[in-house]
Design a protein around this ligand. Sequence first.
Ligand code: FAD
Ligand code: DLZ
Ligand code: SF4
Length: 509
Amino acid sequence: MKILRLILGDQLNPNHSWFKNIDDEIFYVLMEVKQETNYVLHHAQKILAIFAAMRDFKNTLTKHNHQAIYLKINEKSNQQSFKANLKALFSQYNIQKFEYQEPDEYRLDQDLIEFCSEISIPSECFSSEHFFTHRLEVKEIFTDKKQWLMESFYRYMRKKHHILMSEDGKPVGSKWNFDHENRKAWKGMPEVLEDHRLTHDHAKLWDEITEAEIKSFGNHNASKFRWPLNRNEALKHLDFFIKNILIYFGDYQDAMHKEETRMFHSLISFSLNTKMLSPKEVVSAVEKSYLSDKLPISTAEGFIRQIIGWREYIRGYYWAHMPGLSDENYFDHQLPLPNWFWNGKTKMNCLKYTIKQSLDEAYAHHIQRLMVVGNFSLLAGINPKSLHEWYLGIYIDAFEWVEMPNTLCMSQFADGGRLASKPYVSTANYINKMSNYCEECYYSKNERVGDKACPFNSLYWNFFITNSKQLSKNPRLAIVNKQIRDMDPALIKDIKLQAKKLIKNIEDV
Ligand code: FAD
Ligand code: DLZ
Ligand code: SF4
């Protein structure tokens, strides 16, 4: 029976059981299609990275004697959609069965289910064999719970998969969580190592993308391309990170700096999300490093929590709440995205540096995403869906299943606090504590009102004043709610006026 197997751009796992045996009757297909490049405006590096990695994957399959079909973006026969291309391939190759792996995005999942119901040949969907959990596992754990506590899911995962557990069923080190309450700012030491990632020249591929008239934004950096594009490169990168950088991850996880964009973060999200790396091997490499006394338990636990805790939890949250999740907007925020999100031209240093870095590198670390861009957007009242589309386009690792719950729920509180127990917002105080952005900023970090007052300050208080109905009963916000109750009414008036002016002139802040 002739079988056609579809491999999506984020399903580049050469260790998938599909590839164990070589079979003349099985054809694999990868395709570069405008359907995927154009559903949102993407960063140039994201398109480049996916195409380059897909091409590399096809070559690996061919090298291992699998029959692989590849549709390049400018190929004449390319009809630019999965369905149209698949139908053409069915007749060209006389295909008798269609197979695919579970897509991670709801939109494509629905598309392929619908496609399979339309075609006349049998079809089968396989697991991508990537995640620890199945799609609905998180939902099953939290059924009927108002608050979806990540920490309880994380403990369940540690026990279920026996990760960092002693023989007596207790967590190693006698604690589940070694989270540093006092994360440190970075003052120049320890030294941030040079970017050790390989450089690729993908100028020719970039020409093909341009020729196809695919719209994009950001710096393509095609001739000095730095993202790992296959499993070997990703493994080398992971190994370097674990041996040389991970030790500093926990302490400096929240630190931000004008000159250092990567700090002590792993930059493995693209390799993980495209499945070049498996989360299981990342976790076991870190656990192994701990067991051989190369890493303290606090470091190993903190990093493993990101992978088996946050990453799996976020994915489960996505599948539990789709398709309605994309429309959540608890505060009914409607402000359009300011134009400076696309060029970084704002007087606010923290946003200027974070957005410019994102445009240059298609990367910003978690705290930049959460406590700079997300923080400002929530305080200003930017429409969460527009913001979600921006995040989905700009970051190299952005795929809807992970980006959407992070943006809408963790960052924008758009689900009303099911995922985050309180909104992640702050005044300039936090940003100043964790970064050097406030130095030489046009705005003054200490002022709340006036032309030079940092916008975060008035917007922060205005946010709690304006949304007091939704937030005044939140026990985690007792202090801020009391501060507002005790605030001089004249100051409240000034803050509200200042915030109103800022929002009105949002293009010029
Ligand atoms: P590190 O800081 O080194 O962390 C290691 C790994 O832990 C990451 O690679 C990632 O796989 C995992 N991880 C850590 N936190 C999270 C989290 N909250 N959710 C899921 N995985 C996590 N992550 C994405 O992979 N894709 C996205 O599109 C994405 N969008 C985000 C949008 C917002 C608004 C926020 C606040 C966070 C978002 N994140 C996203 C989570 C996190 O910021 C990135 O995973 C991380 O910055 C990637 O860089 P890194 O590989 O250097 O991660
Ligand atoms: C993101 C992306 C882009 C830009 N282009 C392609 C493509 O041309 N072909 C492809 O198979 N996949 C692409 N992808 C990744 C898909 O959008 C991804 O598989 C879905 O979002 C499911 O997570
Ligand atoms: Fe950002 Fe305000 Fe600090 Fe300027 S003063 S960098 S706007 S937090």
